[in-house]
Design a protein around this ligand. Structure first.
Ligand code: GLN
Length: 281
């Protein structure tokens, strides 16, 4: 079987299973199997595939047709300007989260040295992208999941920033003595009862720890705000990703914890997604 026919069959299978971008997904999965880029696939439709590659490709297409996210099948996801290794233990980096990177680069455009903390670092997409852009920044990342710490360490090595990030499998409670210029977090903020309403790919395959924000969706956010008020330097910043309906309660929590709310930013779908605040004193 040649590339063209393999792609055609795969595409049909994905379409029948209502996968939203069947052609692109088929091409990306085949490129993973034959270890060539997508361009090679487009330029070589007549190239014959060996039996092993055909079988591996078919297996991936079956898993994709059952809704397993593409990033978990290819093992990587691009975010900002970089590729991050992912597996089912980490949240797949989301384009909406790139707003946080843009904001941080803008806020600190004239600063060369800051010390920041990423709470719930996951794959490392936020912290490592910042370290790549700002060559003298120092980061610390915590996560409750050892699997996340492991993947993040791998990504830090791959991106060449491992000497500027400290990674700890820990709760924020264990960070008492350091004072940070910036705390950033994309905490789990989905209401427990809404977990079922999420897109089926996220619901069935995403790590619950990275999504479940308790009954109101705010229990981790509340904790991060409270703890950050002790960890951040005076006039330091706290930047949080929030759920589309959490603007008011999160604003209230910030004010109660001695933060000044600078601004709230919208995502690509025009929902409130990111809140920037400053520690008053
Ligand atoms: N910081 C990671 C991200 O933004 C993980 C966040 C999480 O698992 N809730 O993707």
């Amino acid at each position: 079987m040649n590339i063209e026919i393999a792609i055609k069959n795969a595409c049909k299978e994905l379409k029948e299973n209502k996968i939203s971008s069947p052609l692109l997904d088929s091409e990306l999965l085949l490129s993973k199997v034959i270890k060539k880029d997508r361009k090679f696939i487009l330029l070589n439709p007549d190239k014959e595939l060996n039996q092993i590659d055909q079988k591996n490709f078919k297996d991936l297409i079956i898993r994709r047709s059952k809704g397993k996210p593409l990033a978990y099948l290819t093992g990587s996801k691009s975010f900002w300007k970089y590729d991050f290794k992912v597996n089912e233990k980490v949240l797949i980096p989301r384009p909406d989260t790139e707003i946080i990177i843009e904001q941080i680069l803008d806020i600190y455009k004239n600063k060369s040295n800051i010390n920041f903390l990423d709470v719930g670092i996951g794959s490392g997409c936020i912290a490592l992208s910042i370290l790549k852009e700002k060559k003298s920044f120092l980061g610390t990342g915590v996560d409750l999941s050892q699997d996340c710490i492991n993947i993040c360490r791998y990504n830090a090595n791959k991106l060449g920033v491992s000497n500027r990030i400290k990674l700890l499998k820990s709760d924020v409670d264990n960070l008492i003595f350091r004072k940070y210029d910036l705390v950033v977090s994309n905490p789990p903020y989905i209401k427990k009862l809404d977990l079922n309403k999420l897109d089926k790919e996220v619901k069935n395959f995403g790590p619950k720890l990275a999504l479940d924000g308790g009954l109101e969706g705010l229990s981790v956010t509340r904790k991060v705000i409270k703890k950050s008020s002790e960890l951040i330097k005076i006039h330091g910043k706290l930047i949080l990703e929030i759920g589309y309906d959490q603007r008011e309660p999160v604003k209230k929590m910030l004010i109660e914890n001695n933060f000044y709310v600078n601004r709230i930013l919208k995502d690509f779908a025009n929902n409130d997604r990111c809140i920037i605040s400053t520690k008053k004193n």
